[in-house]
Design a protein around this ligand. Structure first.
Ligand SMILES: [Zn+2]
Length: 77
């Protein structure tokens, strides 16, 4: 997934690591399962990838994994 085309026609590049357009989300319940010192890679695997469009602010949420289509949320005007 080197880039995403947003509905607003912005091409969102995802090749930078870390990417300024990617966010990571985890539920409070999932996070609460971790105690003390945690492995960053294990935590990363639990997180949901979100790509925020720098043009319009739409959030592309890959809650079924990066290989499945994202759910897209647009900010209210
Ligand atoms: Zn956009």
């Amino acid at each position: 997934m080197p880039k995403i085309l947003c509905k607003c026609s912005t091409v969102i590049p995802l090749h930078d690591i870390p990417s300024p357009h990617q966010l990571l989300m985890i539920s409070d319940v999932q996070y609460d399962q971790y105690k003390a010192t945690i492995d960053a890679e294990q935590l990363y695997a639990e997180m949901t990838l979100i790509v925020k469009c720098p043009g319009c602010g739409r959030l592309h949420i890959f809650d079924e994994g990066p290989s499945k289509p994202a759910k897209v949320y647009k900010p209210e005007p």
